[in-house]
Design a protein around this ligand. Structure first.
Ligand SMILES: [Ca+2]
Ligand SMILES: [Ca+2]
Length: 386
């Protein structure tokens, strides 16, 4: 079973520096370690020889360390899960210790003119998560809003930080291996050293302060969802999520599965909030239980989908073959359509006026933008199979 421990190497001289998640690492060394340079901050003096900076990739971590230390740190050698090595650098003084099958979580310590001590927090017997799904079709819902007006943070960094904050407590409680992986992702993605839930909250709070806001109104019969593209990982048979882009706020209609499906066409939606089906009871029983998580697999559609906004955004309604007058446009509504998804084998004729009259436009493939001539005028339509 993996466990987390902090081991200290060296003595009590010098002043303390705080433990951080390591993204970049370098040392100055001679017979001892003169300095460590962690994420470009130097701790120690200017003696010895400066070795090249080691840049960890986003999915790379130190999984091996050997170290010599006495009153100070004499020597260090690190290796990563990608088989790359840094060092050995330093001399042959002090006692020797070696650590394998670890994941280094943070490094802090004490320093003056030299490196007096390194405090290394590591996951022993580390068990890496496996990637369950990585791609454009997986999304995680972190929050569900009911009727009312809600605040939305516009800055991408704020939205990403908020998503990490919302995922944090549940995710890091899973096990110490996931905890280390999660905080490494938070740190990389927000370019800050974040190693605890309260630090995650602090970063989210300061990003919120720095962001402009707008408001979204959820009307009766609708539900608001905060949704992020995400990688899905599994650890000991349980799912966890890491956002791969900023969250967006989407509105879905609670009452009909067809309209929720139109909103999430061809996506797999993991309901971390665990309340989508409370707000939209039509989803009851439609989730699949994979990895102990609630997951909705929304199929590719077998009809034409009309969207309120360009680029297949906003309210959506799906239409099978048939003739639809102005009172059948559903959630999108009259004079609103701005983009249309047309699956192969379908044809749609859009009309300017009710009763399939006025100017018309025929589409046999999707249009991300209906263009100046047809934006926000559609009042009726005919869907046919071809
Ligand atoms: Ca529109
Ligand atoms: Ca019209």
């Amino acid at each position: 079973m993996a466990y987390k421990e902090t081991r200290s190497f060296g003595g009590n001289g010098g002043g303390a520096f705080n433990p951080v998640v390591v993204n970049r690492f370098a040392v100055n060394s001679g017979d001892e370690l003169d300095a460590v340079i962690i994420n470009d901050n130097q701790y120690g003096g200017n003696g010895g020889m400066r070795h090249d900076t080691f840049y960890l990739q986003s999915d790379e971590y130190f999984n091996y360390m050997d170290i010599r230390s006495g009153d100070r740190v004499d020597k260090i050698c690190l290796r990563t899960n990608k088989g790359r090595a840094y060092g050995p650098y330093g001399g042959m003084g002090g006692g020797f210790q070696v650590f394998e099958n670890i994941r280094i979580f943070t490094i802090g310590g004490r320093s003056g003119a030299r490196v007096d001590r390194l405090d290394v927090t590591m996951i022993r017997d580390y068990q890496p998560s496996s990637i369950y799904q990585s791609g454009p079709s997986d999304f995680v819902v972190t929050k569900v809003f009911g009727v009312g007006t809600h605040k939305f943070y516009e800055a991408e960094r704020a939205r990403t930080a908020i998503t990490y904050r919302d995922l944090c407590s549940t995710t890091v409680a899973m096990n110490v291996s996931v905890e280390a992986e999660f905080f490494a992702k938070v740190s990389t993605s927000l370019n800050a050293s974040v190693t605890t839930q309260s630090e995650t909250e602090k970063v989210a709070e300061s990003e919120k302060q720095a962001s402009t806001t707008s408001t979204y109104t959820i009307n009766s019969g609708e539900v608001g969802l905060v949704i992020s593209p995400a990688d899905v990982f599994s650890s000991s048979g349980k799912a966890w999520f890491a956002p791969t882009g900023p969250a967006t706020f989407v509105t879905a209609k609670c009452g009909t599965y067809e309209q929720i499906k139109a909103q999430f066409l061809n996506k797999r939606v993991w309901d971390f909030s665990r309340s989508m089906d409370v707000q939209a009871p039509v989803l009851n029983g439609k989730s699949i239980n994979e990895l102990g998580a609630i997951c909705y697999q929304f199929p590719s559609d077998t009809g034409v989908i009309i969207y309120q906004n360009g680029d297949y955004q906003g309210r959506a309604t799906s239409f099978g073959p048939g003739r639809y007058n102005v009172d059948s446009l559903g959630w999108v509504g009259n004079d609103q359509a701005s983009s249309v998804r047309v699956p192969s084998g379908f044809k749609v004729t859009l009309f300017e006026h009710a009763d399939c009259s006025g100017r018309s436009k025929v589409l046999t493939s999707s249009a991300a933008n209906l263009g100046n001539d047809f934006n926000d005028i559609v009042s009726s339509l005919i869907v046919e199979k071809i």
